[in-house]
Write a protein that binds this ligand. Structure first.
Ligand code: FES
Length: 81
């Protein structure tokens, strides 16, 4: 799932970098996540915290703001009537 719409950065991409030992600032610099509108920052930080090399392995739970976003819940044009 895309976490940062502005930079098209997915949770998997963030998680992969976090598991490699990068912290949020490193990931932000590397991927550009949360460098434009900033709406994704808390979700991106949550993903980093859940996937950091020092933390336990856990499933990724995105915040409600991203999960319920209109952009990602919109029906494809072909599926609309
Ligand atoms: S959604 Fe990530 S900077 Fe805008």
């Amino acid at each position: 799932m895309i976490v940062c719409v502005c930079r098209r950065v997915s949770d998997r991409e963030i998680a992969r970098h976090a598991r490699a030992g990068m912290d949020f600032d490193d990931i932000q610099f590397e991927l550009g996540v949360a460098t434009q509108c900033g709406q994704c920052e808390s979700c991106a930080r949550d993903v980093v915290a859940q996937c950091s090399a020092t933390g336990p392995i856990a499933a990724i739970h995105l915040c409600d703001g991203i999960r319920n976003s209109q952009a990602w819940n919109a029906q494809p044009a072909s599926a609309q009537g």
